[in-house]
Design a protein around this ligand. Structure first.
Ligand SMILES: CC(C)(COP(=O)(O)OP(=O)(O)OC[C@H]1O[C@@H](n2cnc3c(N)ncnc32)[C@H](O)[C@@H]1OP(=O)(O)O)[C@@H](O)C(=O)NCCC(=O)NCCS
Length: 186
C-alpha cells in the first residue's frame, strides 16, 4: 500500500514497522560502508531501534512535516530517501538518502530523487530543495550536481565523524529551475 512506482521494478514506499527487520538487515550488511558518512549506522543495531525510527517518521508524516520512504527494487528493500522537517513559512526542505553498497551505480538514487523532487514541488508546492553532502562524499555530491542543483556554499567543519571535523557542501534547487531538467518525467 501507499507506494509510488518510479518505473517497473522500482518503487518508493513509506516505511512501516513491518519493514524494520529488512531495513536493519541492510544496515547490518553495510554498516561500515554507511558509517563512513552516516554515524547512526553504528548505533542502529536492534530491530527496536528501527521500529522506533519508523514510528517517529510516521508521526512526522502525520504532522505534515516530512517522512522517510524505503526504496525497493524488484520488491527488495535497497535504501531510503527522506524529506527532513519542512520549513512551511519559507517553503523549503532538505532531503537525505542512502543505498546498500551493492545497489550503487545503477541510477536508483537519481531516479528516487527525481520522484521526490516532483512530490516536493508539485504536491507540497514548496519552492526550494536543499541537499547537503560531506566534502569527501563525492558520490553523494554527484546526485545534486547531476540534477541541476547549484552549489550555494560550504558549511565549514560542520560534521564530526570519527573524531575529525568535515566541511559540508550545500546544494539548492529552486522550483523555477527544474523545468528544463526533465524532472517532470518520473
Ligand atoms: C550517495 C549514494 C546514494 C550514491 O549512490 P549512486 O549509486 O552513486 O547514485 P545513483 O543511484 O544515482 O547512481 C548513479 C550511478 O549510476 C550510473 N547510472 C546508471 N544508470 C543511470 C541512470 N539511468 N541515471 C543516472 N545514473 C545512472 C551513473 O553513471 C552513476 O555511476 P558512477 O558512480 O559510476 O558514475 C550512495 O553512494 C550511498 O548511499 N552512500 C552511502 C550513504 C551516503 O553517503 N548517503 C548520503 C549522505 S549525504
Amino acid at each position: 500500500m501507499f507506494k509510488h512506482i518510479i518505473e517497473p521494478g522500482l518503487h518508493l514506499q513509506i516505511l512501516e514497522k513491518r519493514h524494520a527487520q529488512e531495513v536493519l538487515n541492510m544496515i547490518e550488511k553495510n554498516r561500515s560502508y554507511l558509517a563512513e558518512w552516516l554515524p547512526w549506522a553504528e548505533t542502529t543495531t536492534k530491530v527496536e531501534h528501527m521500529e522506533g525510527f519508523i514510528e517517529t517518521e510516521l508521526h512526522r508524516f502525520a504532522k505534515n512535516n516530512g517522512f522517510t520512504s524505503g526504496i525497493f527494487i524488484e520488491n527488495q528493500f535497497c535504501g531510503c530517501i527522506g524529506i527532513h522537517p519542512i520549513n512551511w513559512n519559507d517553503r523549503h526542505v532538505s532531503i537525505g538518502y542512502w543505498l546498500g553498497e551493492d545497489f550503487q551505480g545503477k541510477g536508483i538514487m537519481t531516479k528516487a530523487n527525481k520522484a521526490i523532487h516532483n512530490y516536493i514541488f508539485d504536491e507540497l508546492d514548496l519552492n526550494k530543495i536543499h541537499i547537503q553532502a560531506c566534502a569527501g562524499n563525492v558520490k553523494s555530491q554527484t546526485i545534486p550536481q547531476r540534477l541541476g542543483f547549484t552549489q550555494e556554499g560550504i558549511l565549514r567543519q560542520y560534521q564530526l565523524l570519527n573524531g575529525v571535523y568535515h566541511d559540508h557542501f550545500v546544494y539548492g534547487l529552486l522550483k523555477e529551475e527544474r523545468t528544463n531538467l526533465g524532472l517532470e518525467e518520473s
